[in-house]
Write a protein that binds this ligand. Structure first.
Ligand code: SF4
Length: 492
């Protein structure tokens, strides 16, 4: 992974599912995954099911690298699920790619794809190992599939109603069995999961952009703690079960800031507009004199246009991003590595020379890339470089499915004042958007969100549930406790 990739928090997966008898479900799932590629670029897979069983193909790489016409031709069925992966628990290897296919002793073959990170994965894995069940991967998603096969139940819904209480968030899951498409979501609704329709066929996806891409219509989100079962076309074939009561909602705030695509709707309209409002809020809080506003493209561009409009300053492209670089499987040689961020961002001298620049970004994790970008802008001729960020500082790791650095790697963990961080990245000044202003920009209430990495208040007890770190499954946290959980949820 290069510096720029390390700099950003990483999404942990995208899931997609389609119940579509009579249509090429694998091909449509491919395009659904294509729309969710931003949620994970490490591996991808598609499983299709019909009454004969389940077929699956998964591999390392991007969706369009993995699936050829030949591979697609092998995936025939009437129900399909798909997955794009970025590793959180488990390493970057094919055994951890999804979907996982297993055989339930009572109910037959099924495939499962999961977005999220189980906060009690280590405890569950130990339990399975003690019982003599070995797993083929280090993925917490395989733990869930294994638990399903070991749990009694006359049908899938009964089994899942017994499995869900054993899982500590976060999970948004799609399953295809030989006769049903199933979607389930943890009671905190940490990761997104939405339902849509394509003609009469039901679709499930991590984000609405995937439903739009296949020409479908968004219907509603999968509710916290809900199991949705689909066994046919049309509304009469969608069956909903509140498997466990919803808890205090804790949807990931970073989906709104950065992870989800700007054309997705997470409950309050397109995120593009929310990000513009974040920029406008930033303009209220941070009014340093400047000539131009630029963004760290592409994710911070909506916020930068919102900031520039609110300040009455020109928004310009100061940095041009190579949009095709993707995940780098071929590492640059030493000479190119020394050019650092230039592989991804090239500055425009005509725009920057002699200008006082405000650079808008959506997050700073380690600060390494930001420092290099500030340096690059100065070398290109900017007379001043001010940095404004549409999120509060990352001060804590994430335990719920996002690969954020550990404490010792977070720049805001070492430098407590904004002036200190500005000095560390070489900027003339620096501002982070306040949490109140950020939440106001989402048009959703504060109670809707998890803010764990910003505030240290997590929706689940991350100490006593034997949390596995997102970056290292063997590393445990000992620094967050029940007090923070209690403050947020009033529960122990
Ligand atoms: S800790 Fe941060 S990144 Fe993780 S789920 Fe909560 S808001 Fe999202």
């Amino acid at each position: 992974m290069d510096d720029e990739e390390l700099e950003r928090p990483h999404e942990a997966c995208g899931v997609f599912g389609l119940y579509g008898p009579g249509v090429d479900v694998a091909r449509i799932t491919y395009f659904g995954l294509f729309a969710l590629q931003h949620r994970g670029q490490e591996s991808a897979g598609i499983a299709v099911a019909n009454s004969d069983g389940v077929a699956c193909h998964r591999d390392m790489g991007l969706v369009n690298q993995i699936f050829t016409e030949e591979k697609m031709a092998m995936l025939k069925g009437s129900i399909a699920i798909g997955h794009t992966r970025y590793s959180t628990t488990g390493g970057s290897e094919i055994s951890n790619a999804q979907p996982f296919v297993m055989t339930d002793p009572q109910l037959g073959e099924f495939a499962l794809a999961h977005n999220g990170n189980l906060a009690n994965a280590t405890a569950l894995q130990r339990r399975l190992n003690r019982q003599g069940h070995n797993l083929s991967s280090q993925s917490d998603s395989e733990i869930i599939a294994k638990l399903i096969t070991l749990t009694p139940g006359a049908n899938w819904e009964e089994k899942l109603c017994r499995v869900m209480p054993q899982l500590t968030a976060a999970y948004s899951i799609v399953i295809c069995t030989q006769h049903e498409l199933i979607a389930l979501r943890d009671p905190y609704a940490v990761r997104p999961l939405v339902l849509g329709q394509m003609d009469d066929h039901w679709v499930v996806a991590s984000e609405t952009c995937a439903i739009d891409t296949i020409g479908g219509q968004y219907v509603r989100e999968v509710a916290p703690g809900e199991i949705v079962r689909i066994d046919g076309d049309g509304v009469e074939h969608l069956h909903s079960k509140q498997a466990i009561p919803p808890r205090n909602r804790a949807s990931c705030l970073f989906e709104h800031i950065y992870f989800a695509r700007p054309d997705s709707d997470l409950g309050a309209g397109a995120l593009y507009s929310a990000r513009q409002r974040m920029g406008a809020e930033l303009a209220r809080e941070f009014q340093v004199p400047a000539d131009i506003v630029i963004s760290v493209p592409d994710s911070a561009t909506p916020a930068a246009t919102g900031y520039a409009a609110a300040r009455g300053l020109p928004f310009m492209d100061g940095l041009i991003k190579n949009r095709y670089i993707g995940r780098t499987f071929i590492q640059p040689d030493q000479r190119l590595r020394e050019l650092g961020v230039r592989l991804k961002f090239n500055p425009l001298p005509d725009v920057l020379r002699g200008k006082r620049v405000i650079m808008i970004d959506d997050s700073i994790v380690r600060g390494t890339t930001t420092r290099k970008l500030v340096q690059l802008l100065r070398q290109t001729g900017a007379s001043e470089v001010h940095v404004a960020v549409t999120s509060p500082p990352f001060r804590h790791p994430c335990y719920l499915g996002i690969d954020v650095a550990q404490y010792d790697e977070l720049i805001a963990h070492h430098h407590t004042t904004y002036a200190d961080i500005a000095a560390a990245i070489g900027a003339d000044s620096l501002h982070f958007l306040s949490l109140d202003s950020l939440i106001r920009a989402t048009n959703l209430p504060a109670e809707h969100f998890c803010t764990g990495c910003l505030t240290g208040k997590y929706p689940v007890n991350v100490e006593t549930d034997e949390v596995t770190s997102a970056a290292d499954p063997l590393r445990r946290t000992t620094t967050h406790g029940i007090d923070r959980y209690a403050r947020l949820s009033g529960e122990h």
